[in-house]
Unconditional design. Structure first.
Length: 95
């Protein structure tokens, strides 16, 4: 628990703001400990992909693409494999 907010509640708060700009999402993620922010973005991304799969709601595609890009460019992400994969997936989801 950080600042009275556990990871589950933090994830819900970020999901509620999923339609906010990617820049605003990145600012919130940067304010967290590096690994926690990355975990939150990956959790949000997985939830959006699951929702897209269930509904085929095309409006989710942009958010999914933006989250792949945010993860690919996340400060402190050391995995070049994850960076490359997320960058490629961002391109695919942007089409």
């Amino acid at each position: 628990m950080r600042n009275g907010i556990d990871d589950a509640n933090l994830t819900v708060m970020i999901i509620i703001r999923i339609n906010m700009s990617s820049e605003e999402t990145m600012k919130k993620a940067k304010a967290l400990e590096p690994q926690t922010g990355l975990n939150v973005m990956i959790s949000c991304l997985l939830l959006m992909i699951t929702r897209y799969n269930a509904s085929c709601d095309e409006s989710l595609r942009q958010g999914i693409a933006e989250h792949f890009l945010l993860i690919a460019n996340y400060p402190g992400l050391k995995s070049s494999t994850l960076k490359t994969t997320c960058a490629q997936l961002e391109e695919q989801w942007s089409r």
